[in-house]
Design a protein around this ligand. Structure first.
Ligand code: NAD
Ligand code: MG
Length: 390
């Protein structure tokens, strides 16, 4: 029996993981499940999987969680400290699938107790890549990528040394607005942005796909996880979402990873690693698909990619700034306070303001410094938006 914990269990990735565990419950001893406001779902899954503890991120949800778990032995807890404590509970395998920088601290706690961390929370690597990787090394803990492109890279690498890799190509579907002209993009609504042509994901990452901020985060994630130079990472728009990534070696060979767009592949790969187990994902019929298309992304319509390059060139805590400003402007876009193209604008302004404060971005990469930078970047994003509105 493997002891597993799922952070962000009530979300899109978390529910896909639970789907896999439900197919073979006798193999897993569920330690912790965590969620946000969807307490009914959290409690229902905790009961069915007989978890040791269920944690909601929000203190005000604790009374409801307690009621929903009445009559069971399952512990209930709430808040950020409780999340990190749950991460520190001994487990063999921990899925990090909280959305946003809130996933960083619980992931570090899981690595700190030596668990294998199945990482969907790309924001951890964007905010604090060096810290995450060093925490894994110091505790002999393994990180397995769950983002589909990064799982694809990992599989295409096949254990070969990264020094033999000339280039890594990650693909982007292009999201909801792939072919939209700039003047139309300015008026794009959150409702339209939240519909993805190929993947069924949480609302936030779906909108990030439409703005290419998701791909921007993933380029940084590639750099941090695989330790490859930024100029060796390429992005191709691939509307079919069949090829998830390609790894190009020094001899000119490229290994591609293909599969149906279904997160249960990447989650299942990480869950069963190093074994491969049959997974309930659709099999490809390439003759029926017929054609695969690839084009270069347009950085004028999707400035997020250009910003990601600037973040990698500057280093330090700029990743934390970039992510926090992105999260905050995404909140504002969802709330209808700013337009679609304003998101990149706000992020760029906040990055520029931090650029003038080198002592802040060159501070040591500790969890405290990262979270303080995250907090300040959110405040400065609000100020930039207020200025823009005024
Ligand atoms: P989601 O919004 O569907 O679920 C997020 C989960 O995090 C939920 O359980 C929610 O309750 C919890 N949560 C929200 N705010 C929180 C907070 N402040 N503190 C603690 N918990 C909080 O998101 P998702 O689409 O499942 O994505 C989860 C992560 O996986 C993200 O980092 C995303 O970028 C990454 N990812 C997702 C997909 C996908 O297919 N959805 C693919 C690749 C990577
Ligand atoms: Mg991805």
């Amino acid at each position: 029996m493997r002891r597993v914990s799922i952070f962000g269990a009530t979300g899109s990735v978390g529910q896909n993981c639970i789907d896999l565990i439900d197919r073979n419950p006798a193999s897993y001893d569920v330690v912790a499940l965590t969620g946000g406001r969807n307490v009914a779902q959290l409690a229902q899954d905790a009961r069915r999987l007989n978890a040791d503890i269920a944690v909601t991120a929000f203190d005000e949800c604790l009374p409801d969680l307690r009621v929903a778990l009445e009559g069971t032995q399952i512990e209930a807890a709430a808040g950020t400290t409780a999340l990190s404590e749950a991460g520190a509970r001994p487990a063999d395998w921990v899925l990090s699938a909280i959305v946003g920088s809130a996933g960083l601290a619980p992931g570090l706690a899981a690595l700190g107790q030596g668990a294998t961390l199945a990482l969907a929370n790309k924001e951890s690597l964007v905010c604090a890549g060096a810290l995450v990787m060093e925490t894994a090394r110091a505790n002999s803990a393994r990180i397995l990528p769950v983002d589909s492109e990064h799982s694809a890279i990992f599989q295409a690498l096949g254990g070969e040394d990264i020094d033999r890799v000339e280039r890594i190509v990650i693909t982007a579907s292009g999201g909801a607005f792939r072919d939209w002209p700039m003047d139309k993009l300015r008026h794009a609504t959150p409702e339209l942005a939240a519909t993805h042509p190929n993947w069924d994901m949480g609302q936030r990452i779906t909108i990030d796909s439409a703005s290419m901020f998701n791909k921007a985060l993933e380029v940084i994630e590639t750099r941090e996880f695989f330790g490859i130079a930024p100029d060796r990472i390429e992005v191709l728009v691939h509307p079919e979402s069949i090829v998830h990534a390609l790894v190009g070696f020094h001899d000119g060979a490229m290994m591609a990873h293909l599969g149906a767009p279904d997160m249960r592949h990447a989650i299942g790969y990480a869950l069963h690693h190093p074994a491969r187990q049959p997974l309930p994902v659709a099999r490809l019929d390439l003759a029926r698909i017929g054609q695969l298309n690839f084009t270069t992304p347009d950085e004028a319509r999707f400035p997020a990619l250009r910003l990601a390059r600037a973040v990698m060139a500057r280093g330090g805590l700029t990743g934390a700034v970039f992510n926090a400003a992105k999260e905050r402007s995404l909140d504002a876009f969802i709330a209808g306070r700013i337009g679609f193209m304003d998101m990149a604008d706000i992020v760029e302004r906040v990055l520029d303001r931090f650029e003038a404060e080198s002592d802040l971005i060159d501070a040591a990469m500790t969890l405290d410094n990262v979270m303080q930078t995250d907090h300040l970047a959110r405040m400065w994003s609000d100020e930039a938006m207020a200025k823009q509105a005024g």
